[in-house]
Write a protein that binds this ligand. Structure first.
Ligand SMILES: Nc1nc2c(ncn2[C@@H]2O[C@H](COP(=O)(O)OP(=O)(O)OP(=O)(O)O)[C@@H](O)[C@H]2O)c(=O)[nH]1
Ligand SMILES: [Mg+2]
Length: 358
């Protein structure tokens, strides 16, 4: 199926309380008014009540409170373990999502409140990578705008966003939420004009610590804001209000742009990696086959089952990149082949088959 026929998957990530779930509810109702209802997956096992109906809900599969009890864990450990358990079934989930990806335009994913549980766990990476390798996927990073007006907080939040971008490598969208309370104009200005951010940062520091000179912190802040300046280039940012519904058309325009980036950059890179891996596998297979043929011709001349097996094992052990499954297959084939040629050596099994001595 061509990529064009597939839905865009939007993974909604953000700090606790930034408004992910409320935003999802708003996106859902907006898409319903547009007559293009989305397919929704809830990955937050700890959410008490969802303000929308999820098509797939992690809470239907795992009860995180029960997980906490059974594994004797705290709330975060419980959420993480619940997510891990769910991930073991993710192939089934992906099957459902893939099926629906041809009939809807958008697939929306809500993630756990504790951002690090999703962004820094193996499960989060497995889920994101599995979806991204199956359909166009973008990350919507939700920011609590009223809580990020302080320059240092803003920078910390942006550094976090930057680390997620670095980790997922997926097209990225900054979503400044709660614009009904605080406009995101200041953020856009800081992102556009790096010097205006540095001035704000310095002013705030002088206000808070008038005694402090230009020490280590100042130079660290300057270096980090330089890093962020690079990060902002080619980054999409939109302001929305999950409560009033402001910014919905802009949000979906930005998602469409991000999808183009997926098709232009992410997908070709992914295809290249897959082709490279297949190529490596094929080469490895050919090498194994030629080694097998060589071994067989040697063994035909001087057969000793025990030394033959030992030699094989040594070879297997010496090759670090081997795929274990494949090697075992081939070693067994070799071993049995010898067995059929060397009747007379070894013992007789219950069915009369003669097996070589180990
Ligand atoms: N004023 C205003 N409040 C909002 C907006 N979006 C969310 N909220 C409020 O922010 C709080 C947190 O919202 P949630 O949607 O639960 O945030 P969340 O990121 O899903 O939270 P966790 O999943 O617990 O991390 C709630 O009280 C919402 O009513 C918004 O656009 N404007
Ligand atoms: Mg939530």
């Amino acid at each position: 199926m061509s990529e064009q026929e597939k839905a865009t998957c939007v993974v909604v990530i953000g700090m606790a309380g930034s408004g992910k779930t409320t935003l999802l509810q708003r996106l859902n109702s907006y898409l319903h008014t547009q007559k293009t209802p989305p397919y929704i997956v809830n990955l937050d096992p700890a959410v008490a009540k969802l303000p929308f109906t999820a098509n797939i809900d992690i809470r239907d599969t795992v009860d995180y409170k029960e997980v906490m009890k059974q594994y004797n864990l705290g709330p975060n450990g419980g959420i993480l373990t619940a997510l891990n358990l769910f991930t073991t079934k993710f192939d089934q989930v992906l099957g459902y999502i893939e099926k629906r990806s041809t009939t809807v335009d958008h697939i929306l994913l809500d993630t756990p409140g504790q951002i690090e549980i999703f962004t820094w766990s193996a499960s989060g990476a497995i889920i994101t990578d599995a979806i991204a390798s199956s359909m166009p996927t973008v990350v919507a990073y939700v920011i609590d705008t009223p809580r990020t007006t302080a320059p240092a907080t803003f920078m910390s939040n942006m550094l976090y966003a930057c680390s997620i971008l670095y980790k997922t490598k997926l097209p990225f969208l900054l979503v400044f939420n709660k614009t009904d309370v605080q406009s995101h104009a200041f953020a856009l200005e800081w992102m556009r004009d790096f010097e205006s951010f540095q001035v704000a940062l310095m002013q705030k520091r002088e206000e808070d610590n008038p005694e402090e000179g230009s020490g280590y912190m100042s130079s660290l802040m300057n270096s980090m804001s330089l890093v962020l300046d690079e990060f902002y280039k080619n980054l999409r940012a939109v302001g929305v209000s999950a409560v009033t519904g402001d910014g919905m058309p802009e949000f979906f325009e930005a998602v469409a742009e991000a999808r183009k980036e997926y098709e232009a950059d992410y997908r070709p890179e992914l295809d290249r990696l897959i082709a490279e891996r297949d190529d490596k596998k094929e080469k490895h297979k050919q090498e194994q086959l030629s080694r097998l043929v060589k071994d067989m011709s040697v063994n035909e001349r001087t057969f000793d089952p025990s030394s033959s097996r030992q030699a094989d094992e040594e070879e297997v052990g010496s090759d670090e990149d081997e795929d274990e499954g494949e090697i075992i297959d081939k070693t067994d084939a070799h071993f049995l082949d010898i067995a059929s040629r060397q009747q007379g050596k070894g013992s007789t099994g219950a069915d009369g088959t003669r097996w070589p001595q180990p």
